[in-house]
Design a protein around this ligand. Sequence first.
Ligand SMILES: *Cc1c(COP(=O)(O)O)cnc(C)c1O
Length: 368
Amino acid sequence: MLLMTPGPTPSPEFLRRAMSGESIHHRTPEFEAIFARVRDRLKRFMQASEIVLLAGTGSGAMEAALTHLCAKRALTINAGKFGERWTKIAKAFGKNPLELTYEWNAPAKVEDVENALKNNGDVDALFIQVCESAGGLRHPVEAIAKAAKAARKDIFVVADGITAVGAEKFEVANIDALIAGSQKAFMLPPGLAAIGLSQKAAEHIETTGGAGFYFNLATELKNQRKNTTAWTAATTLVQGLDAFFARLDQIGEDNFYADTLRRRDAGTAALRAIGAHIYPLAPAPSMFSVLHPQAAKLRKWMKSEAHVNVGGGQDHLKETLLRVSNMGFVSPNEIAWSLNALEMAMDKLGARKYDGNANARFTETYYQ
Ligand SMILES: *Cc1c(COP(=O)(O)O)cnc(C)c1O
């Protein structure tokens, strides 16, 4: 079965092998050397001045970012399930969220954030997704972060980059905390999350002494600067991440990102060729997101007959959205096969006659 969901993504053989050795203990010079290397490389990869690795999924890192960087009131951007999660976390911690809501295909607007900040002096932190995976939507996070800082100098800007880090290179100058998770572009199993911090955010965390216990970032920073972790590290996943970076550095970071865009362009051409409705108004490069009245049935055929497991939609888009991952080391043949299978599924459901155009346009565009 080809796993083409936009998280978890399939773990390629070289990563699975890197994680199949003997278990190593986390309080050893052997592990500390790996941890140091991963920390340093991840810091550069995420363009962060500090980095904290956490044993948990992305949502754990979202919670930690909120508890540490929001003292009074959170401004949350909700254009899908993950934006909604920011609001739920903020509520859970009594941060009285001010929520800006959008259709799941519509990017947040800079002026809405500016107005919200102008009218609400108590907001001290902004929470957004770089890519809102619910619809495959790319928010203009660079412009929003810049405007937020211009409107309120001391605001903390927290960006969930779980389906953006490793899918595209973007400006992080005005982002104080950027979140990544192992099971998306890193192509590892779930269970490891990272937060890239700005100098200002790291200093704030240290001077306040952190918040909470397990996800206390002050405790983690203190330990991780010494290349160890406060609690037992997710050793196997850290070894996997080390192997990810070894492969990335063979390919070169620029080539890695260029490959993602090349597949994205070819896949977009393929979808247009078969008249598919690309759902987001601003699509992120990490996935192909298609709105179709029979999406759930198309997915079912693709899975049982073509052995491709693609993502569906949630809530009101449960029956009508399908999403195909374009993250990490996924190969062009896997995307081409998935879109070809989508075209055949459309034929089987009587939506459109199969003519092989998805694969033809993908291949032509990819090798142009
Ligand atoms: C996958 C994902 C998460 C993390 O969800 P977990 O279930 O905690 O791993 C958060 N935000 C976005 C945008 C995601 O795609």
